[in-house]
Each structure stands twice: as C-alpha cells, then as structure tokens.
Design a binder for this molecule. Structure first.
Ligand SMILES: [Zn+2]
Ligand SMILES: [Zn+2]
Length: 251
C-alpha cells in the first residue's frame, strides 16, 4: 500500500476514522460519567477495535481521545476517535522494538517487569489494586503523565475480556477523576497502545505475543512542546514523577 519509488514514497489514502460520542451530555467528560456508562464506552472501544482488526489492510488500530482545544480537540462534545492506518506507526514500532530487545536479553516482557518494579518501589504508583495498575512512568515526558497497564500479560487491547473491561472502566474513571481534581479539569490526550495487526507482525516480530503488552497513556497538556523537544526528542518535565504520583494518589 506504499506508492512511489526511490526517495519519495507516500501512503495510499486508505484507513478508518470513527468518532465515538461518549454521552448525550455536552459538558460531561468520560471521567464524569457513571461507572456503568464508562464500562459501556470502553466496551465500544473494544468492539470497534475487534471489528476493524478483522480487516488485514488496516495494520494498526489507534484509539485516542483529545480533550480540550489545547489537546487538539476540534469538537467540544466529549468523544473518542479511532483511526486505522495501512502501516505500523513509528511510535508503536519503537515500543515494539524496544520490547523485543529487552525480551531477547532476559526472556521477560519489559512491561510485566515494569509492573513488578513499580509495585515494589510504590512511589510512582497512583493506584495498584485490581486487575490494572496506574502509575506515573519513571521517565514521564509530561507533568502528571499517567499510564495504565493491565496486570495480565496481553499484547492486544482487542483481546480484552468482559471482566477486564469492568476493571478498566473502574480504573479509567478513577484516574481521570484524580487528574480532574488535582489539575482543575486539564486538557489531555489519551492513547491506547496495542500490538499491530498479526499480518504485519508475523514476519517482522513473530514472537510479539511474548514481548508486547498493551496499555493506555494519559498525557495532560500543561506544557508546550518547543524547540528543544522538537530538536532532540527529549522532554523537559518540571515535576518529578514521584511528586506527581503522590498528588494523584492522595487526591
Ligand atoms: Zn507483559
Ligand atoms: Zn505506549
């Protein structure tokens, strides 16, 4: 599906773009909804991800949410978007490749290891009970960046079962509520990272089931990406992850 030869290549314009309207209420964000309602929304995420993943021309299914104009939202009504792309995106490729390197070195899933290390250290954990863990990563790029990992090793969000969806709704609502309380309703981006379509991993990463672990990243928009970040790919984060986690934990 890549067109062009030589130096310049372009993607064909195929893909999927869906908008999930989370509720009829214009002024209630995902975290403000009842638990049953959030469960219904994440159930729609799962069902749409499964259905799009059934089509092999879509190599990656990206579920994401932009809340607030500073986070890129062009609709103010609460919504989530799903885009499917005909190639594996660069950011996902980087995660898959670092997961593979780590797994080749010690035979363990990097993400499962992170869960274990964070549980032991405890200082960056926002919420650790239940089937999911929420924490501020050791090298958080943004203030109050919070990740949610399922404790059960699984490469793909589309494979999540009904019971896990209950747990996901619970922790997602909890974490969004904490961010809202601590940061006074901040703009944020939320992204789900999961394994690409099996047709694109079979050759390149045949053992991906062992080393990739789906997760959610929530990125409050409190700082701007500027010259240093664009130039280097490094991020300047003015608050330590331990302190951010403590504020969220105690909220
Ligand atoms: Zn894992
Ligand atoms: Zn990720």
């Amino acid at each position: 599906v890549i067109r062009g030869t030589g130096l310049f290549q372009a993607l064909d314009g195929i893909g999927v773009h869906e908008v999930i309207i989370e509720s009829p209420a214009h002024d209630r964000d995902l975290g403000d909804l009842s638990l049953d309602h959030v469960r219904e929304v994440v159930g729609v995420y799962r069902d749409r991800a499964r259905s799009i993943a059934a089509e092999p021309q879509y190599r990656y299914v990206q579920i994401f949410k932009n809340k607030g104009p500073e986070a890129g939202a062009t609709l103010s009504h609460p919504h989530t978007q799903i885009l499917a792309t005909p190639i594996v995106p660069k950011r996902v490729r980087e995660e898959v490749e670092s997961g593979e390197r780590s797994w080749r070195a010690d035979g363990r899933c990097l993400y499962c290891r992170i869960i274990g290390e964070e549980e032991t250290a405890a200082e960056r954990v926002v919420r650790g009970s239940g089937p999911f863990m929420a924490f501020v990563p050791f090298a958080a790029r943004f203030p109050f960046e919070t990740h949610i990992y399922p404790k059960r090793h699984a490469p793909s969000f589309a494979g999540i079962d009904d019971r896990e969806l209950d747990g996901l709704a619970e922790i997602l609502r909890d974490v969004l509520g904490r961010l809202k309380t601590v940061l006074s309703d901040p703009p944020y981006n939320l992204v789900v990272h999961q394994a690409p379509h099996p047709d694109s991993t079979r050759v390149e990463w045949p053992e991906i089931e062992s080393f990739y672990h789906w997760h959610i990243e929530i990125l409050p928009v409190l700082t701007k990406i500027a010259g240093f970040e664009w130039g280097t790919g490094f991020h300047i984060n003015p608050i330590s992850p331990e302190l951010a986690a403590r504020f969220l934990r105690e909220a």
